[in-house]
Every structure is written in structure tokens, then in C-alpha cells.
Design a binder for this molecule. Structure first.
Ligand code: SF4
Length: 210
């Protein structure tokens, strides 16, 4: 296929830069412990300094892949599909989610919300980042808010973000992995004093699975 044709299809969301896809256990947030197929889409310009998937940032390093192929493959593994990144909302998610829905799959997204929400989602995990704040409408649609805590100021940021979400949104504080020993006691103390929050841990990392 000609390069310009590929670019047009990527622009429409009919092809996506696919970084990796794997069947594993969702380790974080509300659905932790659930077997799920992960689709990691390349491309992100949010620039979190502690990002653990910096290889995802440059979309050009990940092969443009047809969403039909992605959906067909995902359907072989699980009923629950988690689309993550990178920042998946860099791209139009309508074609991919429609292809997943045609196969009766549950669609979950992990997003910073930095770009407009596209696609059909059964579960939206909003993980806002200070560098590039969410685009407003996503706060109304988020099922869970997951704030990554790297330092004490992130607790203030978490409250600011929680104030913007809908009343059914489940609130999580999650230690950033590289500083977990330092921030876990602070999060535990905070959640005990402010029980509207729950602790989310990256349990897949403790289990040593992807
Ligand atoms: S939004 Fe996610 S993928 Fe993008 S830099 Fe931040 S942690 Fe990394």
C-alpha cells in the first residue's frame, strides 16, 4: 500500500500504529484481576517524566495496522479489551471500537483525556496528567478516575480533578511505581482520612506479568 494511502487510513482511524497486543490480567483500578486483551496504540505527546512506556511516544516507530486485523485477533483471546497507549485518543477510536463491538466485545480505554473522546466505550478510565489536562467532556463520561501519585502535590491535583468528574466516578490514587516505597504510606494515610478515594496498585507488576 502506498505511504499516502496508509497515512490517510491512520488519519481516519482505520489503521492504527500498533505497539503491542497481549492477553493478560488487568492489574489496575476497578477491573483489576480480570483477564483482558490489551491493545497498546503508539503515539503520545503528553510527556510525563515518569512514563514507563516512553517507547510508545513516537507513533512512527509502530506499524500502521488495520483495525479489522486488530479486532479479529483480539476476539480470539478475550471478551474484555483494554485499549491503552501511548494516548489512544491521539487517534479516531470510532472504527476500532465499532469493529470490537461488532464482535460483542467489552471495550475499555485507559486515557489521559488530553484529546477529544472518540469511540464507543463500556468503561472509561481517566488518568489525567498535569502536563496536558483533559478535554472537559470526558469528566462527565469517566467511570473511574485514576490519579498517579509521584509526590505530595499530586494529592492536591487529585482533588482538583475529582471535583470535575461526575458523581458516579470511582476515585483511585495509584502510586507511581518507581517511587512506590516513598508514596504508598502517604497514600494509605490520605485514603484513610479521605475514604471517597481508593488505593489502586499496579498488581501486574507485583505478579511479574505484562
Ligand atoms: S500520558 Fe501515559 S503514555 Fe503519555 S507520557 Fe503520560 S504516562 Fe506516558
Amino acid at each position: 500500500m502506498a505511504k499516502t494511502e496508509v497515512l490517510t487510513l491512520v488519519e481516519k482511524g482505520e489503521m492504527l500504529p500498533l505497539m503491542e497486543e497481549f492477553y493478560t490480567i488487568q492489574g489496575e483500578g476497578y477491573h483489576k484481576g480480570t483477564a483482558a486483551y490489551f491493545i497498546r496504540v503508539g503515539g503520545c505527546d503528553v510527556g510525563c517524566h515518569w512514563c514507563d512506556v516512553k517507547e510508545s511516544w513516537n507513533a512512527e516507530t509502530h506499524p500502521p495496522t488495520s483495525i479489522e486485523n486488530i479486532a479479529e485477533n483480539a476476539a480470539k483471546y478475550s471478551d474484555t479489551i483494554v485499549v491503552t497507549g501511548g494516548e489512544p485518543l491521539t487517534w479516531n477510536m470510532v472504527p476500532l471500537t465499532e469493529a470490537l463491538k461488532e464482535r460483542n466485545l467489552q471495550t475499555h480505554i485507559e486515557t489521559s483525556g488530553a484529546y477529544p473522546l472518540t469511540g464507543v466505550w463500556d468503561w472509561i478510565c481517566l488518568s489525567p496528567k498535569k502536563n496536558k489536562l483533559p478535554v472537559t467532556p470526558v469528566y462527565d463520561k469517566a467511570h473511574e478516575l485514576k490519579v498517579i501519585v509521584y509526590n505530595k502535590h499530586d494529592l492536591i491535583f487529585a482533588e482538583e480533578q475529582a471535583a470535575l468528574t461526575n458523581s458516579n466516578c470511582i476515585l483511585y490514587l495509584q502510586p507511581e511505581w518507581s517511587v512506590r516505597d516513598k508514596v504508598v504510606p502517604m497514600i494509605v494515610d490520605y485514603v484513610m482520612k479521605n475514604p471517597k478515594w481508593k488505593v489502586s496498585l499496579q498488581t501486574h507488576k507485583y505478579l511479574n506479568i505484562p
